[in-house]
Design a protein around this ligand. Structure first.
Ligand code: ADP
Ligand code: MG
Length: 248
């Protein structure tokens, strides 16, 4: 029953915390190679939705599938990451006492078993790959700078680069533009649009200028379910969306 170009399939998903329904009959379908923005007021359930996809939170009811046949409710967080679903949390978690390059190197080594990473030596091909990634995330000139000394926005890019080195099929990104300058915000939209050429990307975001720059289908969440879905200019005209955002 799941179309074969589907990469993520959520159907009738609900989850309660102490009797409070944070997610309430949520259904979302993401196609292979799709870029999707998820917006919605605080507490709408955006982060909880990400928690459900990544196995951090188990739904009480509902289907959560990766592709057509992988039931994500039967897998744990580590499994799901290994299946190819990468997640970037809101706060960057780069190692500040290492350089940009060393952080990328660590992410590449992270694909290996503990024993392999102990004896892990970068090949020339690996080095080229790290160079390419540094350039790709706009940090080509900062390779030898400590991650603690780059801007907040650059840390977000570094973390996206680290995730991309793991070659996820789906990338989930929670509020990447928070705390970014306008220039960084637009560069991030460009970056994520390019990432979505080779994989599927879900971006949770508040910044409407950023969402506009992503130029993709938008899903509006409210009280744990989908309130509206479509192009940004269409959902922005939706009476229910206007009501929720203006708090009438
Ligand atoms: P958003 O990311 O859209 O701001 P969240 O998914 O973080 O919203 O939260 C949705 C609702 O669920 C909120 O009311 C929040 O307080 C509640 N919630 C989320 N996680 C938990 C938890 N672990 N325990 C209790 N309540 C939670
Ligand atoms: Mg959130």
């Amino acid at each position: 029953h799941i179309p074969n170009d589907t990469i993520l399939y959520l159907n009738g998903v609900s989850v309660s915390f102490d009797g409070f329904k944070a997610i309430n009959g949520l259904s979302i379908v993401l196609k292979e190679g799709e870029l999707r923005a998820i917006i919605g007021p605080n507490g709408a359930g955006k982060s909880t939705m990400m928690d459900i996809i990544t196995g951090k939170t188990r739904p009480d009811v509902g289907d959560v599938y990766f592709k057509q046949d992988i039931d994500l409710t039967k897998h744990d967080e580590a499994d799901i990451a290994n299946l190819g679903i990468g997640r970037k949390f809101q706060k960057p978690s780069v190692i500040e006492t290492l350089t940009v390059w060393e952080n990328l190197e660590l992410a590449l080594a992270g694909n290996r078993t503990p024993w392999q990473s102990l004896v892990f030596k970068l090949t020339n091909k690996d080095k080229d790959r790290l160079d390419e990634m540094a350039n790709y995330i706009n940090l080509g000139d900062q390779k030898n700078t400590l991650a603690g000394d780059i801007s907040h926005g650059q840390k977000q890019w570094l973390e996206i680069g680290m995730l991309l080195l793991q070659e996820p099929e789906v990338l989930l990104v929670d509020e990447p533009a928070a705390g970014m300058t306008d220039e960084e915000t637009f560069k991030t939209a460009d970056l994520l649009r390019d990432v979505a050429k080779s994989r599927s990307v879900i971006v949770v975001e508040h910044d409407m200028e950023f969402v506009k720059a992503l130029d993709c289908k938008v899903t509006v969440l409210h009280e744990g379910s989908v309130l509206s879905e479509g192009p940004l200019d269409v959902v922005q005209q939706d009476e229910q969306v206007i009501e929720v955002y203006l708090g009438r």
